[in-house]
Design a protein around this ligand. Sequence first.
Ligand code: FMN
Length: 253
Amino acid sequence: MKKMDLSFVLIFLIGVAPGLSGFANESILEKATQSFESKIIQLPNPCYESETSVEKALSMRRSIRTYAEGSLSISDISQILWAAQGITKKTEKLPTKWNTKYEWQGGYRTAPSAGALYPMELYLVVGNVEGLAKGVYKYIPQSHSLKKVIDGDKRTEIYDAALKQSSIKEGAALIVMAGVYERTSFKYGERAERYVHMEVGFIGENIYLQGMTLGIGTVMIGAFKDEQLKKVLDLPEDEHPLAIMPLGKIPKE
Ligand SMILES: Cc1cc2nc3c(=O)[nH]c(=O)nc-3n(C[C@H](O)[C@H](O)[C@H](O)COP(=O)(O)O)c2cc1C
């Protein structure tokens, strides 16, 4: 619910519905506020240290397509999203060539980006994550938070769009990367396409390596039907799906 809609609900409840008992008023008010607030979920702070060295994570890295049963925790999700696109150095200064059609997300990130223009949007598709309802969420790097954009489990529909690859159905959650070429082409013209695609690789490797430190496996999935996936996720016109990465606990040998 947008802020304006919420104010309308509040004004209605407080002023125009005096017939409601105090108790009913409170509970309806509470509900309205909750449904407004529950769209934005603040993630726990990420950790900046681990017992697994970069060398160890690199030597263990493998594409993993089957996962142990069970849920992921919200701290696992927080850590992996931070590794993928977290802000590591805030700056209010806009890049010299910034397409003002887009909101500035305020800082340098864990993965490099041509011109520091950050064309990738990350979506988290939740199936089985403690503390997060099933649904699709957009990652907001600036506040390290999630914004719910769709309710319900979308994994089967994404599995269908991705040639029925079992890792997608099995993953407790999925990360979908969607590129906004216009952010990078505003400065780099035709070269933007290759730059945006390079960035999928950087972000993907960060997810692989951070996953290894947490016992979480993933695989880079590039085989899917673009338009079908875009429809399932209800992506805005200018966001183009470029990769899917399922996340699940690595099975014990
Ligand atoms: C651009 C790209 C697209 C890929 N697409 C798929 C895919 O659709 N499905 C899949 O299971 N693996 C996919 N992979 C993973 C590769 O199969 C995997 O990286 C390769 O077999 C090497 O194994 P490793 O990652 O365990 O070292 C893709 C990897 C890359 C880099």
